[in-house]
Design a protein around this ligand. Structure first.
Ligand SMILES: [Zn+2]
Length: 283
């Protein structure tokens, strides 16, 4: 990724506007499907942050240096494999780390190589938590898949002007796709559900995976970036819609409580460290 593109992508996060979207109830997973579902976690890079002040709209993080992990996931289901999020761009591999704004991203191994090394032979479906550069960097890893996309996120991507600074989305836009509103039950059995959590972006989403041994797992997308942003309900200053973000936090936490779900904050290295490393998967 060029400095310009990265800068433009970061600039996109400053775009503000109205927001739509709602959340429907989630069915219980069928035990038969859950028994064979696996959740793989992949290292999609890391981002050093010279000042994480923008990750709260009330100044609480101002002046603090930090670092976040960048993660991608594959859910293996009897009816197909779902790739969730696309990480940082593969162009960062082997490149000299370059600071752009407050961010210095880096990546060691491509997502496609990690997926192949894990023995996963096909990606049948792809979904992203949202369109930002650190979640759409390796669209080539989803080649040939069907894109499952919230209508609100698709509308934003299609209608955003150059001022929104969205990076190259051609890899996703060229795929066959299903657009939806609200939650989306990927395999029709309640085992893997894309959860509508708008606010960070217009059509931001999380993912619920019901596993036989580990139980329900909720991937946050960027509803939260740090563990302390969950406990303290920090709303990043660059979010698309701050009130909608707070509503989505309540939706998310109500669901976590109702399901007694395990929460994985996708940028929190401590949450990721507890997960199996490929070729091992959470079951
Ligand atoms: Zn992110």
């Amino acid at each position: 990724m060029t400095q310009f593109k990265l800068g433009a992508a970061i600039a996109a996060t400053m775009f503000m506007g109205a927001c739509t979207g709602y959340v429907t109830s989630t069915e219980a997973a069928s035990p038969e499907a859950a028994a064979s579902i696996e959740l793989y976690t992949f290292d999609c890079g890391k981002i050093e942050i010279s000042d994480r002040g923008i990750f709260a709209n009330d100044g609480r993080y101002d002046g603090q240096a930090s670092e976040v992990a960048d993660s991608c996931f594959v859910v293996s289901h009897p009816k197909g494999n779902l790739l969730w999020d696309l990480g940082l761009p593969a162009g960062l591999i082997g490149a000299e780390p370059t600071q752009n704004g407050v961010f210095t991203p880096s990546l060691e191994v491509s997502l496609a190589d990690q997926i192949a090394a894990a023995g996963i032979e096909s990606i049948d479906y792809v979904a992203i938590s949202h369109h930002h550069f650190d979640h759409t960097g390796q669209q080539e890893a989803a080649a040939g898949a069907k894109w499952l996309v919230p209508q609100a996120e698709l509308d934003f991507i299609e209608n955003a002007g150059p001022e929104a600074g969205i990076g190259d989305m051609s890899g996703l836009m060229g795929l066959e796709r299903t657009a939806f509103t609200g939650d989306y039950d990927v395999f029709g059995d309640g085992s893997v559900v894309i959860i509508s959590l708008p606010g960070h972006t217009a059509g931001h989403a999380g993912l619920l995976v019901n596993l036989a041994e580990a139980g329900p797992v909720m991937l946050t997308g960027d509803l939260y970036h740090f563990r302390e942003s969950r406990t303290g309900k920090a709303v990043p200053a660059f979010n698309f819609d701050a009130p909608e973000t707070l509503k989505s936090m309540k939706v998310f936490e109500d669901k976590v409580a109702a399901l007694n779900a395990r929460v994985i904050i996708q940028h929190a290295a401590a949450d990721l460290a507890d997960l199996p490393k490929p070729p091992e998967a959470l079951k």
